[in-house]
Design a binder for this molecule. Structure first.
Ligand code: SF4
Ligand code: FES
Length: 256
């Protein structure tokens, strides 16, 4: 175990846990945008930046700004500050830049306001932009769903998330995991004429109807995916959640 001080709290930490993991354990709040516990860290948004004082051989601290979500604790006696004036000034600057990119994204506006940033000094290229390029959508698609239907492409101002060649992706099953995890609500899902649409990726997938109640049960491709992953029988996977639950309960009672 390593001795750690975080915002004046003395604690012990397992080697290699991240500053964010330790902060969560101790109830110290650090804002995050591009981090999710279930997905590998990427360090894209920088809002979690904190000060880390690493002990030197002469007993003094070498202070560095590090991203809490992906900085592993390796030094005994490390001193972390998540709310120093330097950290807060840095966070305000990052939020100002994010606000310039996404001036109307509620999540960004709310977080910026928490730090007293109500408007940005920097010009906004596109007031409709809601994507902060955090990459959570691409990582959930690859790591959790196993599909890689979308990726971050381009550089600088041209950088964006797209399906390959900005064409409708054959790999996208319209599961909606990307929209679920997106911190800013940049990914829009709509239902139109019996299809589920994710316009960001030009995805259009037929919705299947529940064999019992006739309501939409979900995109056919998603039901097929769940059937394969969970090895479900044919008469179960083409049901909506409600009817599936009822049917399984009935079968359970009948077999008792
Ligand atoms: S669409 Fe959402 S999840 Fe994907 S990179 Fe942009 S902000 Fe992140
Ligand atoms: S949450 Fe750490 S860099 Fe985005």
């Amino acid at each position: 175990m390593l001795k750690v001080t975080i915002d004046g709290i003395e604690a012990e930490a397992d080697k290699e846990i991240t500053i964010l993991q330790l902060a969560k354990k101790l109830g110290v709040e650090i804002p995050t945008l591009c981090h999710h516990d279930a997905i590998t860290t990427y360090g894209a948004c920088r809002v979690c930046t904190v000060e880390a004082g690493i002990p030197r051989s002469d007993g003094k601290l070498r202070v560095r700004m590090v991203t809490a979500c992906n900085y592993p604790i390796r030094d005994n006696g490390i001193v972390i500050n998540t709310k120093s004036e330097r950290v807060l000034a840095n966070r305000r600057m990052i939020l100002e830049l994010l606000l310039a990119r996404c001036p109307n994204a509620k999540k960004i506006k709310d977080l910026a306001a928490e730090y007293g940033v109500l408007k940005s000094r920097f010009p906004s290229e596109n007031p409709e932009e809601e994507c902060i390029l955090c990459g959570l959508c691409t990582r959930v698609c690859q790591e959790i769903i196993g599909k890689s239907a979308i990726s971050l492409v381009g550089r600088g101002f041209e950088r964006k998330v797209l399906a390959p060649f900005d064409e409708p992706s054959q790999d996208c099953i319209a599961c909606g995991a990307c929209a679920y995890i997106c911190p800013t609500g940049a990914i829009k899902i709509e239902i139109e004429d019996g299809k589920l649409l994710i316009k960001n990726w030009k995805t259009s997938r037929e919705l299947a109807k529940c064999l019992i109640c006739g309501e939409y049960a979900g995109p056919e491709a998603v039901l097929q995916y769940i059937k394969e992953k969970a090895a479900l029988p044919d008469d179960i996977y083409l049901l909506c959640d409600k009817c599936r639950r009822k049917k399984l309960q009935k079968e359970l009672i009948a077999s008792a």
